[in-house]
Design a protein around this ligand. Structure first.
Ligand code: ADP
Ligand code: ADP
Ligand code: MG
Ligand code: MG
Length: 352
């Protein structure tokens, strides 16, 4: 099995492991001393794992637990974290180690240890706090930078990082550091797009290629079954960028500077106003694929300041109905850099 060799170097307690340490760790036989791992508090529950705040030899860690039925998801997430160069990027979640153990009832269970992010996911942070312009730009820029990196095929010396599609970009799969910078996380559905095993139409898992992710964030071509599998690499990147546009909308709706003299609206997930908390695939299909509906911009954004114009245009260029017309993650990153440089005072007050 793919993951059986994943072991941690016993007693290693560096603040963050480099990709090289991880590769090295993958080849050692010593096992994680799970006796020293304590699960302290359930902090998240996604589709595939339960996530705990824990401690390992006094160090605070996050532990993502997968049951044996989610072994594939676990193995996939590990294989992404082990890719060269990934752990050196500032906007990718820090992976510490992975292992398996046996539960009391004899079932195998799999765990991923990662850095603990005290604020949790972006969606949670935004539901509890509004943010100023600069903070909001930095947060969304960080996510975008992480995604642009993930999408890029890289050769550095003898190291090769394939282009990877995330395939589950949502505000719940972005984690927030104490300094409010953001990292991309949850690579359970991610897929290598280049190298020796890229996705191809006609593969056994073509279905899996086209229909994964979180329904709320599914692009119109995924909902409508019209994903272009002939250019799988571009198509899957475009699907990620669509979801990124929705993440921008969720974030900037909580930006206090964009609601001068008003209270900032409560946090909402994309399409929550229209479809509530558990939209079905069919409801999303009708709304997004057929009616081409997208999240509404608030009244307060009617002002055509430079910042608001650029911001709205960036969202629209990310969630365009025509997948090929969407920005690349790299372009989106540039747009966000430009927005970050606009002071809201100039941008909002003086360009009306
Ligand atoms: P799933 O694949 O089941 O969706 P995730 O990796 O997305 O699992 O984790 C589920 C939730 O747990 C996240 O949305 C987040 O709220 C929380 N979480 C995950 N990892 C961490 C972490 N390292 N630090 C803090 N919270 C985390
Ligand atoms: P996988 O886990 O899918 O087997 P690999 O790490 O073996 O991925 O690499 C996938 C492919 O990427 C290789 O078959 C090769 O074509 C290419 N590749 C790997 N390393 C390099 C490199 N240093 N330079 C150029 N191409 C590379
Ligand atoms: Mg998740
Ligand atoms: Mg997941």
């Amino acid at each position: 099995a793919l993951f059986l060799g994943y072991r941690m170097i016993k007693g290693k307690q560096k603040h963050s492991l480099s990709a090289l340490d991880v590769m090295e760790a993958a080849n050692t036989e010593s096992t994680v001393d799970l006796d020293n791992l304590k699960l302290l508090e359930l902090i998240g529950r996604g589709r595939y794992g339960a996530v705990f705040r824990g401690s390992l030899n006094e160090r605070c860690v996050a532990v993502k637990l997968f049951s044996s039925s989610n072994r594939q998801n676990f193995a996939n997430e590990c294989s992404i974290y082990y890719l060269p160069l990934l752990q050196q990027h500032d906007n990718i979640a820090r992976f510490l180690t992975a292992d398996e153990r046996t539960t009391a009832d004899g079932q195998p269970e799999f765990l991923i240890l990662m850095e603990y992010y005290p604020h949790g996911c972006l969606s949670r942070y935004l539901s509890l706090h509004s943010v100023d312009w600069l903070t909001c730009c930095r947060m969304t820029h960080g996510v975008t930078r992480g995604l642009a990196f993930l999408h890029t095929e890289l050769y550095r010396g003898d190291q090769y990082k394939p282009a990877v599609a995330h395939r589950d970009v949502t505000s719940r799969n972005v984690l927030v550091r104490a300094d409010l910078s953001c990292v991309l996380a949850d690579f359970g559905l991610s897929m290598k797009l280049t190298g020796n095993r890229p996705c191809r139409p006609g593969d056994d898992d073509t279905m899996a290629i086209s229909e994964v992710g979180t329904v709320r964030y599914m692009a119109p071509e995924v909902l409508g079954g019209a994903l272009n599998l002939r250019d799988c690499e571009s198509a899957l990147k475009q699907v990620d960028v669509y979801a990124l546009g929705l993440l921008y909308w969720e974030s900037f709706r909580r930006c206090s500077d964009l609601f001068p003299g008003e209270t900032v609206p409560e946090y909402q997930l994309a399409f929550q106003a229209e479809l509530g908390n558990h939209p079905s695939f069919e409801e999303m299909q009708i709304l997004v694929a057929r009616e081409k509906y997208r999240p509404r911009f608030p009244e307060a954004w009617k002002e055509n300041s430079l910042a608001l114009r650029s911001l709205k245009e960036t969202m629209e260029d990310c969630w365009d109905q025509d997948a090929e017309a969407r920005l690349t993650a790299q372009c989106a990153e540039e747009r966000l850099s430009e927005l970050t440089l606009l002071s809201t005072h100039t941008a909002i007050q003086n360009h009306r």
